[in-house]
Design a binder for this molecule. Structure first.
Ligand code: FEO
Length: 153
Protein backbone atom coordinates (compact mmCIF):
# COMPACT_ATOMS: atom_id res chain seq x y z
CA UNK A 1 0.00 0.00 0.00
CA UNK A 2 1.48 3.37 -0.98
CA UNK A 3 1.19 5.72 1.99
CA UNK A 4 1.97 9.34 2.42
CA UNK A 5 3.60 9.97 5.78
CA UNK A 6 4.22 13.71 6.18
CA UNK A 7 5.25 13.99 2.56
CA UNK A 8 7.20 10.74 2.69
CA UNK A 9 5.80 8.02 0.48
CA UNK A 10 6.59 4.47 1.37
CA UNK A 11 5.11 1.02 1.23
CA UNK A 12 3.69 -0.31 4.46
CA UNK A 13 3.63 -4.08 4.23
CA UNK A 14 0.11 -5.33 4.10
CA UNK A 15 -0.81 -8.90 5.02
CA UNK A 16 -2.71 -9.14 1.75
CA UNK A 17 0.72 -9.51 0.10
CA UNK A 18 1.54 -12.55 2.24
CA UNK A 19 1.57 -15.78 0.26
CA UNK A 20 1.66 -18.11 3.27
CA UNK A 21 5.17 -19.34 2.48
CA UNK A 22 7.29 -17.79 5.27
CA UNK A 23 10.68 -17.96 3.54
CA UNK A 24 9.28 -16.11 0.52
CA UNK A 25 7.10 -13.69 2.50
CA UNK A 26 10.11 -12.64 4.56
CA UNK A 27 12.13 -11.99 1.42
CA UNK A 28 9.29 -9.96 -0.11
CA UNK A 29 9.09 -7.84 3.04
CA UNK A 30 12.83 -7.24 2.97
CA UNK A 31 12.64 -6.30 -0.70
CA UNK A 32 9.96 -3.71 -0.03
CA UNK A 33 11.97 -2.36 2.92
CA UNK A 34 15.01 -1.93 0.67
CA UNK A 35 12.84 0.00 -1.82
CA UNK A 36 11.66 2.13 1.09
CA UNK A 37 15.29 2.79 2.06
CA UNK A 38 16.04 3.84 -1.49
CA UNK A 39 13.03 6.14 -1.54
CA UNK A 40 13.97 7.71 1.79
CA UNK A 41 17.59 8.20 0.71
CA UNK A 42 16.37 9.89 -2.45
CA UNK A 43 14.06 12.19 -0.45
CA UNK A 44 16.87 13.06 1.97
CA UNK A 45 19.32 13.89 -0.82
CA UNK A 46 16.72 16.02 -2.56
CA UNK A 47 15.79 17.87 0.64
CA UNK A 48 19.44 18.56 1.44
CA UNK A 49 20.25 19.58 -2.13
CA UNK A 50 23.26 17.27 -2.28
CA UNK A 51 24.90 17.91 -5.68
CA UNK A 52 26.44 14.44 -5.98
CA UNK A 53 23.23 12.70 -4.95
CA UNK A 54 23.42 10.07 -7.70
CA UNK A 55 26.71 8.69 -6.41
CA UNK A 56 25.65 9.00 -2.78
CA UNK A 57 22.79 6.61 -3.57
CA UNK A 58 25.02 4.00 -5.20
CA UNK A 59 25.26 1.69 -2.18
CA UNK A 60 21.54 1.83 -1.37
CA UNK A 61 20.68 1.22 -5.00
CA UNK A 62 23.12 -1.67 -5.29
CA UNK A 63 21.78 -3.27 -2.11
CA UNK A 64 18.26 -3.12 -3.51
CA UNK A 65 19.21 -4.54 -6.93
CA UNK A 66 21.37 -7.27 -5.40
CA UNK A 67 18.54 -8.35 -3.17
CA UNK A 68 16.13 -8.49 -6.11
CA UNK A 69 18.58 -10.95 -7.72
CA UNK A 70 18.95 -12.96 -4.49
CA UNK A 71 15.22 -13.23 -4.03
CA UNK A 72 14.57 -14.24 -7.64
CA UNK A 73 17.29 -16.87 -7.46
CA UNK A 74 15.96 -18.36 -4.20
CA UNK A 75 12.38 -18.34 -5.47
CA UNK A 76 13.41 -20.01 -8.74
CA UNK A 77 15.22 -22.77 -6.83
CA UNK A 78 12.04 -23.50 -4.84
CA UNK A 79 9.77 -23.33 -7.92
CA UNK A 80 12.02 -25.68 -9.83
CA UNK A 81 12.33 -28.14 -6.95
CA UNK A 82 8.54 -28.15 -6.63
CA UNK A 83 8.16 -28.83 -10.37
CA UNK A 84 6.05 -25.71 -10.85
CA UNK A 85 4.64 -25.81 -14.38
CA UNK A 86 5.03 -22.10 -15.10
CA UNK A 87 8.62 -22.04 -13.90
CA UNK A 88 10.11 -21.03 -17.27
CA UNK A 89 7.76 -18.09 -17.91
CA UNK A 90 8.09 -16.92 -14.31
CA UNK A 91 11.87 -17.01 -14.59
CA UNK A 92 11.63 -15.04 -17.83
CA UNK A 93 9.55 -12.35 -16.08
CA UNK A 94 12.29 -12.12 -13.43
CA UNK A 95 14.99 -11.84 -16.09
CA UNK A 96 13.11 -9.10 -17.97
CA UNK A 97 12.72 -7.11 -14.76
CA UNK A 98 16.40 -7.48 -13.88
CA UNK A 99 17.32 -6.37 -17.40
CA UNK A 100 15.18 -3.24 -17.02
CA UNK A 101 16.52 -2.27 -13.64
CA UNK A 102 20.13 -2.86 -14.66
CA UNK A 103 19.58 -0.62 -17.68
CA UNK A 104 18.46 2.18 -15.36
CA UNK A 105 21.14 1.65 -12.74
CA UNK A 106 23.90 1.70 -15.38
CA UNK A 107 22.76 5.19 -16.39
CA UNK A 108 21.97 6.33 -12.86
CA UNK A 109 24.67 9.01 -12.85
CA UNK A 110 22.63 10.81 -15.53
CA UNK A 111 19.35 10.51 -13.60
CA UNK A 112 17.33 13.54 -12.58
CA UNK A 113 15.29 13.51 -9.38
CA UNK A 114 12.20 13.07 -11.53
CA UNK A 115 13.53 10.00 -13.33
CA UNK A 116 14.92 8.59 -10.05
CA UNK A 117 11.53 8.92 -8.35
CA UNK A 118 9.87 7.34 -11.39
CA UNK A 119 12.32 4.48 -11.13
CA UNK A 120 11.52 3.83 -7.46
CA UNK A 121 7.81 3.99 -8.26
CA UNK A 122 8.42 1.46 -11.05
CA UNK A 123 10.19 -0.86 -8.56
CA UNK A 124 7.29 -0.68 -6.10
CA UNK A 125 4.65 -1.15 -8.77
CA UNK A 126 6.36 -4.03 -10.52
CA UNK A 127 7.24 -5.90 -7.34
CA UNK A 128 3.80 -5.61 -5.74
CA UNK A 129 1.97 -6.49 -8.96
CA UNK A 130 4.28 -9.45 -9.49
CA UNK A 131 3.69 -10.76 -5.95
CA UNK A 132 -0.08 -10.30 -6.22
CA UNK A 133 -0.39 -11.99 -9.61
CA UNK A 134 2.53 -14.15 -10.78
CA UNK A 135 3.92 -15.24 -7.41
CA UNK A 136 0.46 -16.05 -6.16
CA UNK A 137 0.09 -18.66 -8.91
CA UNK A 138 2.81 -20.95 -7.54
CA UNK A 139 1.56 -20.96 -3.93
CA UNK A 140 -0.61 -24.06 -4.20
CA UNK A 141 2.13 -26.11 -5.87
CA UNK A 142 4.86 -25.03 -3.45
CA UNK A 143 2.70 -25.68 -0.41
CA UNK A 144 1.91 -29.15 -1.78
CA UNK A 145 5.61 -29.70 -2.36
CA UNK A 146 6.43 -28.81 1.27
CA UNK A 147 3.66 -31.11 2.50
CA UNK A 148 4.97 -33.96 0.31
CA UNK A 149 8.48 -33.46 1.69
CA UNK A 150 7.14 -33.39 5.23
CA UNK A 151 5.22 -36.63 4.77
CA UNK A 152 8.33 -38.39 3.45
CA UNK A 153 10.25 -37.70 6.69
FE1 FEO B 1 8.79 -13.06 -5.53
FE2 FEO B 1 8.66 -14.02 -8.55
O1 FEO B 1 9.25 -12.87 -7.25
Amino acid sequence: MLNDNHGKIYIAWDSKFDLGIPVIDNQHKKLVNLCNNLYEALMKNKAEGIPTWQSSLTDTLRECVDYVKTHFHDEEVIMQAAGYVNYASHKRAHEDFIYKILETTREFDKATFTTAFQFVRFLYDWILRHIAHEDKLYVKRIQEYYRERQSQK
